[in-house]
Write a protein that binds this ligand. Structure first.
Ligand code: NAD
Ligand code: DAU
Length: 331
C-alpha cells in the first residue's frame, strides 16, 4: 500500500508517519507538507530514509493531482490548526482547510483513491461544565471559531463528495492531542517549555475550561483502525475519556516538573473561548474494537515532559517568536 500523508511534518502527521513506519513496514509513505511555521522537517528525521517528502501546498491542484494519482490512500492531516491564530487572521484557515480539502477531494474523486479525513471535536461547539452530555456522531455541528468553522466546512465537503460522487472516504473527529513534536504555541508544550525557560505558565481566564486529552499515539492507532475496518461514509469520534480542566493540567505540569503548583499567571482569555469538549468514543470502541494505550494522563504527561526536556534543539527555534506573539495579545 502507498499512502500520501498531508501535513506529515506537523504534530499529529509526523507522529502518524512514525507510527506507520514502526508498525507497518509494508506501507510506502509519501508526505506532502508546505512547511508553514507549524511544519518541521526535523520531526521526520528519525524516519527520513523510509519516507518520501514533498514540500508543497495542498491547495496546488496540479501538484496534488500528480501525487494522488500514484497512491492507494490519502490521510489528510494538513491544516491551519491553532484557534488563537484564526482569531487574528482567518484567511489562511479558509484557504488551507477549505480550499485545500476541496483540491484533495477532487483528486481522489478523479483517481478513485481511498481518503481519510482527520478532523476535530471542535466542529460540535462546546458543552456546559458538569453536564453528563458528551459529543456523539449525532451531535449537530455548531463551530465557534474561524478554525473550527473551516474544519466543519471541510467535513461537510467530504460528506457531500461521498454522497454525490461516491468518494471512498471516512472522517474522524478527535479531541485534544498531547505528546512529542507538538508546536510550543499549544497549551501543554507552551507550559512545559515556559517552565524549562524559567517563565511562569500562562492560564487563559479562570482556567475552568475543560479539554478531553488523548495521547497522539492513541489518536493515530484509531486512525489506522478506521482505515482498516471503518465503514465508508461514516464518521468516528476519537477520544480516550481524558477530561481535565486547564487549571488542573497547569498545576500537574508544575508539580511533575518539581515546581510550586500555584506558580502560574492568569492572562487574558481567548475571545469566544469554548468551555468544554468531551467525546463519547463508543462507536469506535464497539464497532472497530479500538482501545487507547495511554489510560493514565499523569504518565503520558510525564513522558511528554521528558521528551521536551531531551529535545530542546527541536523546540528552541519556535519559542522566542511564539512568546513574542502571545506577548502582543497579553496572553
Ligand atoms: P499542526 O499545526 O501541528 O500541523 C499542520 C501541518 O500542516 C504542518 O506541518 C503544516 O506545515 C502543514 N500545512 C499547513 N498548511 C498547509 C498547506 N496549505 N499545504 C500543505 N501543508 C500544510 O497541526 P496538528 O495539531 O498536527 O493537526 C493535524 C490535523 O489534526 C489537523 O487537521 C487538525 O485539525 C486535526 N486535529 C488536531 C488536534 C490537536 O489536538 N492538535 C485534535 C483533533 C484534530
Ligand atoms: O479539540 C481539538 C482541538 O484541540 C484541535 O482541533 C486544535 O487543532 C488544537 O489546537 C486544540 O485546540 P484548543 O484550542 O483546545 O488547544 P490549545 O492548546 O490552543 O488550548 C487548550 C486549552 O488551553 C484551551 O482551553 C485554551 C487554554 N490555553 C491555551 C494556551 C496556549 C491556556 O490556558 N493557556 C495557554 O497558554
Amino acid at each position: 500500500m502507498h499512502v500520501l500523508v498531508t501535513g506529515g511534518a506537523g504534530f499529529i502527521g509526523a507522529n502518524f508517519v512514525h507510527h506507520t513506519v514502526r508498525t507497518r513496514p509494508d506501507v510506502q509513505v509519501t508526505v506532502l507538507d508546505a512547511l508553514t511555521y507549524a511544519g518541521n522537517e526535523r520531526s521526520l528525521s528519525p524516519v527520513e530514509d523510509k519516507v518520501t517528502f514533498t514540500k508543497g501546498d495542498i491547495a496546488d491542484a496540479d501538484l496534488v493531482d500528480a501525487l494522488v494519482k500514484d497512491v492507494d490512500l490519502v490521510v489528510h492531516f494538513a491544516a491551519e490548526s491553532h484557534n488563537d491564530n484564526s482569531l487574528h487572521d482567518p484567511w489562511p484557515f479558509v484557504r488551507t482547510n477549505v480550499i485545500g480539502t476541496y483540491q484533495l477531494l477532487e483528486a481522489v474523486r478523479r483517481h478513485g483513491v481511498r481518503y481519510h479525513h482527520v478532523s476535530t471535536d471542535e466542529v460540535y461547539g462546546d458543552l456546559e461544565l458538569g453536564d453528563p452530555t458528551r459529543f456523539t456522531p449525532q451531535t449537530p455541528y455548531n463551530p465557534s471559531s474561524p478554525y473550527s468553522a473551516t474544519k466543519a466546512s471541510s467535513d461537510l465537503l467530504v460528506r457531500a463528495w461521498v454522497r454525490s460522487f461516491g468518494v471512498q472516504a471516512t472522517i474522524s473527529n478527535c479531541s485534544n492531542n498531547y505528546g512529542p513534536y507538538q508546536h510550543v504555541e499549544k497549551f501543554i508544550p507552551r507550559q512545559i517549555t515556559n517552565v524549562l525557560d524559567g517563565i511562569r505558565p500562562k492560564l487563559y481566564g479562570t482556567g475552568e475550561n475543560v479539554r478531553d486529552w488523548i495521547h497522539v499515539d492513541d489518536h493515530n492507532s484509531a486512525v489506522w483502525a478506521i482505515i482498516d475496518r471503518g465503514r465508508i461514509g461514516e464518521t468516528y469520534l476519537i477520544g480516550a475519556d481524558g477530561e481535565q480542566d486547564n487549571k488542573t493540567v497547569i498545576e500537574l505540569i508544575l508539580e511533575l516538573m518539581g515546581q510550586e503548583p500555584k506558580a502560574y499567571d492568569h492572562v487574558n482569555d481567548r475571545p469566544g473561548h469554548d468551555l468544554r469538549y468531551a467525546i463519547d468514543a463508543g462507536k469506535l470502541r464497539t464497532e472497530l474494537g479500538w482501545e487507547p494505550r495511554y489510560t493514565t494522563f499523569r504518565d503520558g504527561l510525564t513522558a511528554t515532559i521528558d521528551w521536551y526536556r531531551s529535545n530542546e534543539a527541536w523546540w528552541r527555534p519556535q519559542k522566542g517568536e511564539t512568546e513574542a506573539r502571545y506577548g502582543v495579545l497579553g496572553r
